[in-house]
Design a protein around this ligand. Structure first.
Ligand code: ZN
Length: 318
């Protein structure tokens, strides 16, 4: 399937959106492969929705007018453009993790993406948490500070298993957490045969999205990289804010799916008694970090200097 996909990179000064087509095709193939799991996805949507939105991979305007036209006119295959999926070394805390009671995991409920599992390979993972409101209204200031405290506690809980570091700049953080109400979403489980009913907008307490891009450091090779954005509403109790943050950060650390058990932090629905991070959560996380992925690996150089071809790859997932 993948081998039949061909790309043609920029035949004009505004390169055509070839990677966009590539990722759309990858998503389509992946969706066909997983469509038998639609029911499970619908159920999962009751809690924190994980909805794949086909992303956009856009090629910016060519900045180097002297790009080798022979090279950019060359058709290349997907395999030539993206790194092969490989597993990264296990982070130390996960390598040492051992569940003596063998409580199992929910790895089977984790959905790989077209580029593999969403694992981190550079540590510490940097996290930006929106600071408290600078306001003269003491009630608003206290409420926003309580939100910050709850989110920071959740960050610290996950820090036991993966190195996380809080930073003060959102632009460069790996995970950005905003104090915001996620946009309304239409109910995905509505009955399409009933033409008299319209999909209802559904209020959600949080949302997590990822964004893929090509990281091109000044020194070192270009790599396929990821970045996460989380929105957590302030309009819930502190206990729920902490539970929501714990759940969403779990997604951003690679648990891109839900547990069927309400004793796990990644249970698909909010429960009255918020569970802590469970052994099953970590068993699942550890298995995810043992899986192959294209993220974090060097992009294959086609020829010449691929830095001449500016790229922004942005599939979205929430
Ligand atoms: Zn969720």
């Amino acid at each position: 399937m993948v081998r039949s996909l061909w790309l043609r990179i920029g035949q004009s000064s505004q390169p055509v959106c070839t990677l966009n087509r590539l990722f759309r095709a990858l998503f389509a193939a992946w969706w066909r492969f997983h469509r038998t799991g639609l029911t499970r996805w619908t159920v999962a949507a009751i809690g924190c929705t994980l909805m794949v939105v086909i992303g956009q991979i856009s090629w910016g305007r060519t900045q180097a007018p002297d790009i080798d036209r022979t090279m950019i006119d060359r058709a290349i295959t997907v395999e030539e453009q993206l790194p092969e999926p490989r597993s990264h070394p296990l982070p130390a805390a996960l390598a040492q993790w051992h569940d003596h009671y063998q409580q199992g995991d929910y790895f089977a409920d984790i959905q790989p993406t077209p580029i593999g599992y969403l694992v981190w390979s550079q540590f510490p993972i940097t996290v930006f948490v929106e600071p408290a409101l600078a306001t003269e209204n003491p009630a608003d200031a206290a409420r926003s500070q309580a939100w910050v405290d709850a989110v920071q506690q959740a960050v610290q809980e996950w820090h036991t298993y993966l190195p996380l570091q809080e930073v003060v700049t959102a632009e460069t953080a790996d995970i950005v957490i905003w104090r915001a109400v996620p946009p309304l979403q239409l109910e995905s489980g509505s009955n399409r045969s009933d033409l008299t009913s319209l999909p209802l907008p559904r209020v959600r307490s949080a949302e997590t999205r990822y964004h893929l891009f090509v990281d091109r450091p000044l020194h070192g090779p270009a790599k396929l990289a990821q970045r996460f954005t989380i929105q957590i509403t302030p309009n819930q109790t502190i206990e729920y804010i902490k539970a929501t943050a714990r759940h969403e950060i779990g997604h951003a650390l690679g648990i891109w799916g839900h547990s069927p058990l309400e004793t796990d932090a990644l249970y698909f629905s909010q429960v009255r008694t918020s569970p802590p991070i469970s052994a099953r959560d970590i068993n699942t996380l550890k298995r995810i970090y043992q899986q192959p992925t294209r993220i974090g690996w060097e992009l294959v150089q086609v020829s010449g200097d691929s830095r001449d071809i500016p790229t922004t790859i942005a599939p979205i997932h929430n």
